[in-house]
Structure formats: C-alpha cells, structure tokens
Design a protein around this ligand. Sequence first.
Ligand code: ZN
Length: 321
Amino acid sequence: MKKGWLERREYPVPADIPEALAELGIDVLKIIGDEANGKCPMHYERTGKYDQHPSWSCNTASGVFNCFSCMYTGPFAQLVVDVLDISWDEAVEWVRQRGGIERVNKILGRGKYIDDLVAEQETEVYTEADLALYTLPPREALRKRGLTKASCEHYGVLWDPERNMWITPIRDRFGKLLGWQEKSERVFKNRPYSVEKSKTLFGLHVFEGGTAILFESPLDCLRLYSVGVKGAVSSYGAAVSDWQMQLLFESADLVILALDNDRDGWKAAKQLKQRYRGMGRRLAFYNYGSSEAKDAGAQSGNEIRFGVDHRLSPLRVRFPD
Ligand SMILES: [Zn+2]
C-alpha cells in the first residue's frame, strides 16, 4: 500500500459502497452486518500470495477496509488509489463523483478505527518493558508445534497468557526492538501497525554466521532449532525484499531459501532464483524431496535435516508449475 493516508484529515465515503466495490472489480462474496466480505484486492502485491480465503472486508457505512491476513487497511479512498493506481487527489475525486462528499462530515468520514490507527502511529512506542509482561509459551502450545523451550529462549519468542497468543519480537540486526507480531489461531497483528519488517530478518541478531536458512514464518525457525538445526531466519512472509536478501548475503556464507512448499512459495522462490542467480554457489534451495508438507513446521526432524543437507543448487532446483 502506498503510504500517506494517515496524514490526511478527510476521508470521503461513496454513497453506495457495494456498488463502488463492484465498479472497482472487487467481488463481494457476502455481507455480514455492515461488513462486505471478499478476497483481499492487494494481497498479492503485499505478500506475494493470492488471498485464498475471503480475508478482506469493507465496512459499508464507514468505507474503512481491512485484511486480517496481510493487514491491508485504510479509508475507502486509499482502496481507490491502490486498485486504480491513481493519486490520492484523483481517488478523492472518484469517490466524490459517487455521491461521497456529503457524507464526509455526517457519517464516519474518519471511523473510530482510523482514529485508533492514527493515535497508534503518533504515540505508541513498543519497548522491552512491554515485552516483560509476556511469558515463555506453555508446554501445550510448544507441543502442538513441535517446539522446545530452548528454541523460544534462543529466538526470544514469548507468549501472552491472557490472550493465548504467540508474541514474536521484530528486531533489527543489532537486536534493537522495533515491535512485534501477535499471532493466535484467528488473529495476526503487527505492533506497531507500520513496523518496517521488510528491512530486517527474524533471527538475524542471533545468527552466528555460516549457513543461513530463510523461511517465511518465524515459528519455522524455532522448529529447526528444536530439531537441532541452527541458522534459520525468517522474512516474515513470501515477499522477500531486496533489502532482506542484501542483509543475508552480508551476514552468511551460504543462503538456503526455504520458502513454503506451495504454489505461491514456488513462485516467489523462482523470482528470487532469477534475481540472485549471480550469487552462484552462495545461493541454494531447501529440498522438500517428496514431502508434501506445506512448510518445515509440518515436517519431521529427519525431513528437515534432509531438506538442509540435500539442498539444491540454482542449476538443479526445479519448481512445479
Ligand atoms: Zn490481504
């Protein structure tokens, strides 16, 4: 998402939101209460994956939209900016032409949700002292994912006992705390909302050099550590940034890409192979072999060690179409 809407102070809303969504080519799959649900229109741009489930909703009164999976959120005009690839002013005009302007002051031109986001941007600071409120994950949560307590201690992953959530700190390469991710079965949130996780890697501050193995999910790194494999780091998703690749090649002798074993993971890996083939022997690919596991988190210790030991060179690796 192009940044900038947080600084705006007016958010016009079209008169008929389902109609405006249709005009933008966004299919509304169902309307529950005043939330219109559909597939996230910017999911691929933001994560490198298509939204498989309808993760996205738009409030039919306020026009505020939100993807609970990739956190794509904002006022209606921002949606118009992104979908039509036009400027903010053009998008505001687009909304006004659809009967929006009168509603600006009357109805939730700025929903409470947006006020909360703005407040968070302006005031919230996430500190080590806040982290001290969290505990080590309980045995049951560790068992479910095949993780050891030592893996949590190594990577500094915590647990919120009140809300039963994983707390995954986001730190820069020197260990400075930038924020964290909150994750449960149903909820996934970045704190702060705008934390710049594409400029760092999970686990980089405890990486000791040698071989780095790059996963999409931080918890996959813990899974590797739990079966005795060190050096795993995570990009926080399939959309690996150039910045992150740069950090990796600066820190590691060999980078093994271990993105998810699914269509979107293969696609991202193919693109990275294309972009970094000049790194030659310093780049390799995790070997899923005949395993149908979606990621290392679902693999056995033997499968994981096979994936690393039998890594494939860029010349030998093949991805299904
Ligand atoms: Zn999304």
